[in-house]
Design a protein around this ligand. Structure first.
Ligand SMILES: Cc1ncc(C[n+]2csc(CCOP(=O)(O)OP(=O)(O)O)c2C)c(N)n1
Ligand SMILES: [Mg+2]
Length: 570
């Protein structure tokens, strides 16, 4: 049967299980949009193509499978670049479909022509330019396979307008594309080497990253931690891979990791790095990183091994497969003294815990996040933006479930949260979803509030409104003598802004008010935006200054100091 390229596109997408796509139409993708009406696809009309890519990304991160974004050529495609790079840095499987000018016009600076496959070459796993209708079906299959296999990531499919319009004799092909699956098993020598290092270690720490979640290796991680009695530190993107309340969960490591976690890493004699990539925000100064530790690293991407940190044993493969093989041979071990030592360090840090401070009349972001955590019992899906609030979320929202923290780690993309939360909503219709955003980042993609209204979906948005580009202000406070260059930030009235969209707007500026607005937001059937007016010049502690050793943290001043120095908001 004859079909147009546009029909082949949608039929192929439906065969991949796609039910929702996020996009924005335009001339070069018009044939595809016209054909879309014949297929069982829900199209979410975004307000900016960056939003479409973050929605596809949020959909994927929340467990919905490969997310799909679609847009037109030229500016539509270039607007997607930030979202593609965001997905690439965090290994998120998305497929971006763009229209391209008709093939005879390519290379002539045609209206809305841009070389998007060239532009996205370094920020995709692969990018295709398709100019023949008969290639569309195969390319879509390959694109989905590539996006989700091995180390997941974004794939771009750029389809010329004439390829969408022309007819072809396409037959669906259920054969998997012949692409390699990089899953070598754990070799006996690596397995024995790991068992040997583990059995001789007195101070082991597991470093768990997003690879545990992507590889669905939560049960194996837990079994390893319990049987070998090894505490688990997490990267920002690894949060949720072991419940926060689990006895062996230490919390987040790195630049804003808790002090006991970073000290444990620096004092460790063995690190087991699982599905993480020793990002510079995690290691601090590489020269003095975990100086006494032997190191084992398992990652599906062989190019990550020995990239930043030289390791004793490097295993490239599926982390779940490797751990299962290891567990078959692992005897139970005990590290009581080591775990007691870490517990004591954790106890010492409690005096600096801001949530334990008496009410000074000031509202701190930590209180807001603490209350959201308490009310939702650590079980909501939280989507954060980038900045101070992101780090406070990681510290004060104790995630009990996997895939429940969605955040831009590698690229650190402001504007991510609101659209990513929309994507998560479509992946997890039954989940409670909170977007926790800064006043700065919210304004970058706030147009997607209109998308929320048009789609009539339920999301709670907590704006941590500190009147500053807070994380940059913090760096200026610590490292640039408080010269606040371009960080004070004026915002619109967020309550009125919400109301203008037909969305409920609430506000809280004192600590006792937080509980009430959080409860109201949870009960409201529709979307709610809450403007939390928090302390303006609070900082995220601990902080490892860029380039410093991991244990050289700037700590939060102890209670009394903080109460005295807290400045009034005006
Ligand atoms: C697109 C983008 N531009 C700039 C930055 C640099 N940056 C990182 S955090 C930050 C401040 C964020 O301010 P806000 O959204 O108010 O959050 P806060 O830190 O105050 O919680 C900036 C400008 C970024 N991460 N992303
Ligand atoms: Mg701010």
């Amino acid at each position: 049967m004859k079909r147009t390229g546009a029909q082949v596109l949608w039929e192929s997408l439906v065969r991949e299980g796609v039910r929702v796509v996020f996009g924005y139409p335009g001339g070069a993708i018009l044939p595809a949009y016209d054909a879309m009406l014949e297929y069982p696809i829900h199209h979410v009309l975004v307000r900016h193509e960056q939003g479409a890519t973050h929605m596809a990304d949020g959909f994927a991160r929340a467990g919905g499978g490969v997310g799909v974004a679609i847009g037109t050529s030229g500016p539509g495609a270039t607007n997607m670049v930030t979202g593609i790079a965001t997905a690439m840095m965090d290994s998120s499987p998305i497929v971006c479909i763009t229209g391209q000018v008709a093939s005879p016009f390519i290379g002539y600076d045609a209206f809305q022509e841009t070389d998007i496959t060239g532009i996205t070459l370094p920020i995709t796993k692969h990018s295709y330019l398709v100019s023949k209708p008969q290639d569309i079906g195969r390319v879509v299959r390959e694109a989905f396979h590539l996006a989700r296999s091995g180390r997941p990531g974004p794939v771009l499919v750029d389809i010329t307008k004439d390829a969408q319009q022309a007819a072809t004799d396409w037959q669906p092909d259920d054969q998997m594309p012949p692409l390699p699956e990089p899953r070598p098993a754990l070799s006996a020598s690596d397995r024995d080497g790991m068992l040997d290092l583990l059995s001789r270690s007195h101070r082991p720490v597991i470093l768990a990253g997003r690879g545990i979640l992507l590889g669905n290796a939560m049960a194996e991680l837990r079994a390893l931690a319990e049987r070998a009695d090894v505490p688990v530190a997490m990267t920002l993107l690894g949060i949720g891979c072991l419940p926060a309340s689990h006895s062996h969960n230490l919390g987040m490591m790195g630049m804003h990791g808790e002090a006991w976690v970073n000290h444990a890493i620096q004092e460790a004699d063995l690190l087991l790095a699982l599905g993480m990539r020793f990002d510079d925000r995690v290691t601090g100064n590489l020269k003095n990183y975990a100086p006494n530790a032997r190191k084992i690293h398992i990652d599906i991407d062989a190019s990550e091994l020995n990239k930043n940190v030289p390791v004793d044993i490097g295993i490239s493969g599926d982390v779940g497969d490797a751990l299962r093989e290891l567990l078959v041979h692992l005897q139970s071990l005990k590290h009581e003294a080591w775990r007691a030592h870490i517990k004591a360090m954790k106890g010492e840090a409690a005096v600096r815990d801001i949530t334990l401070m008496p009410d000074t009349g000031h509202l701190y972001a930590a209180h807001v996040i603490h209350d959201i955590w308490r009310h939702t019992q650590g079980k909501a899906v939280v989507v954060t933006d980038v900045g101070q609030h992101q780090m406070w979320e990681a510290q004060y929202y104790h995630h009990e479930e996997p895939l429940s923290l969605i955040t831009s780690g590698g690229l650190g993309t402001m504007g991510f949260a609101l659209p990513a939360a929309i994507g998560a909503r479509f992946a997890r219709p039954g989940a409670e979803i909170w977007a926790i955003v800064g006043d700065g980042g919210f304004q970058m993609t706030q147009a997607e509030l209109t998308t929320i209204a048009q789609e009539n979906i339920k999301i709670n948005v907590a704006i941590i409104n500190n009147g500053y580009l807070g994380m940059v202000r913090q760096w200026q406070e610590f490292f640039y003598e408080r010269r606040y260059s371009a960080t004070p930030l004026r915002s619109p009235d967020f309550v009125k802004l919400a109301e203008a969209h037909g969305v409920t707007g609430l506000r809280a500026s004192r600590r006792p008010e937080v509980e009430g607005v959080v409860a109201r937001a949870r009960q409201a059937p529709g979307a709610v935006v809450i403007d939390f007016r928090v302390e303006q010049e609070d900082s995220v502690y601990p902080m490892v200054p860029a380039g410093a050793d991991l244990h050289q943290m700037i700590r939060r001043p102890a209670k009394s100091v903080l109460a005295e120095t807290a400045s009034d908001r005006n």
